[in-house]
Design a protein around this ligand. Structure first.
Ligand SMILES: [Zn+2]
Length: 322
């Protein structure tokens, strides 16, 4: 039996008419903003060093730097990737970084460009930062390769476990490298920016370098009349609401020692132990309302009924007497 020919899914275009180009969907406001940000960022970012393939000896392709955008520009881009003005250093470091990273299926030239772009993105300012950038690139690529291998189907449990373990090690090392680079760039000093300090009446705050006195909680702390708040080593500001050093303190005093209470105060100025004045019955109190027989309405009604019965008996008695 002869096989039926398949009908074309799209209707045949009339010959001679030009294929109409699909008009792209209009961008939303947020997409436009994103595009503008991209354009601004791209204009502010110089081009990373680029490599191209050229015909080498023995019929093998060789990789060389793309000089099409000018020798000066290319030299500056090459230097920016490795953080050095020495071309030998840059060449060696880029070679090391490329060879130490798995290409993950990329062509050698694309792989080299990707590694160079990674290092350029880290913007090494000197040779030391260049070395660190190369190691960071290699470490990140190694971690991703281990994760990729851990996802390969039909492998042994041990194989998956080993790949996950090594990926974990590489990622931890990468985090340490990021921290090291950050510390190096800040010159080993961490800057703490205190944006908001709330000092309530009775509270103290210290701004500046402040060390906890040795000896623990019982040691008296040296304080002056200036506001105090403990400095935080991390840059993430802690919400002051939970910082006991700055919240309003209870105004009660200890009966035994006479010292002021150190507990945080409630809205009424006393802590939850010292209580403070009762705020009284809640607004619109329903607790005093009594149901059924005990409601004021029911009591009044019974009073009326008793009076009515009393009057009725009195009336009957008077009738009997007559
Ligand atoms: Zn108290």
């Amino acid at each position: 039996m002869a096989r039926k020919t398949k009908k074309p899914l799209t209707p045949k275009k009339e010959e001679g008419t030009k294929p109409t180009k699909e008009t792209p969907k209009p961008m939303t406001e947020s997409e436009k903003r994103r595009f503008e940000e991209f354009v601004t960022r791209r204009q502010a970012t110089p081009l990373a060093v680029k490599f191209v393939t050229k015909d080498g000896k023995n019929g093998r392709d060789a990789i060389t730097q793309d000089m099409s955008y000018g020798a000066d520009n290319a030299m500056a881009a090459f230097s920016a990737a490795a953080g050095s003005v020495d071309s030998d250093f840059c060449c060696k470091l880029l070679n090391q970084a490329v060879n130490a990273s798995p290409s993950a299926g990329l062509e050698t030239v694309d792989h080299s460009n990707a590694v160079a772009a990674t290092m350029t993105g880290l913007a090494p300012q000197n040779e030391l930062e260049g070395l660190l950038a190369a190691q960071m690139s290699a470490c990140h690529n190694a971690a991703m390769e281990c994760l990729r291998r851990a996802c390969v189907k039909d492998q042994t449990f041990e194989g998956r476990k080993m790949n996950m373990t090594f990926a974990d090690r590489f990622m931890r090392t990468f985090a340490v490298q990021v921290e090291a680079l950050g510390k190096y760039r800040k010159g080993g000093q961490q800057k703490v920016v205190v944006e908001h300090v709330h000092v309530y009446p009775g509270g103290q705050a210290i701004v500046g370098n402040f060390n906890q006195p040795p000896g623990g909680r019982g040691t008296p702390m040296e304080t002056t009349n200036q506001p105090h708040v403990s400095t935080q080593s991390d840059s993430k500001p802690r919400p002051c609401r939970f910082n006991l050093a700055v919240v309003k303190k209870c105004s009660a005093r200890s009966k035994r020692t006479g010292n002021p209470c150190r507990q945080p105060a409630m809205a009424n100025g006393k802590c939850r132990f010292h209580g403070g004045k009762s705020t009284g019955a809640p607004v619109g109190n329903k607790n005093a309302w009594k149901h059924g027989d005990y409601s004021a309405q029911a009591q009044e009604r019974r009073r009326e009924m008793r009076q009515l019965l009393r009057e009725a008996r009195q009336f009957l008695a008077e009738q009997d007497e007559i």
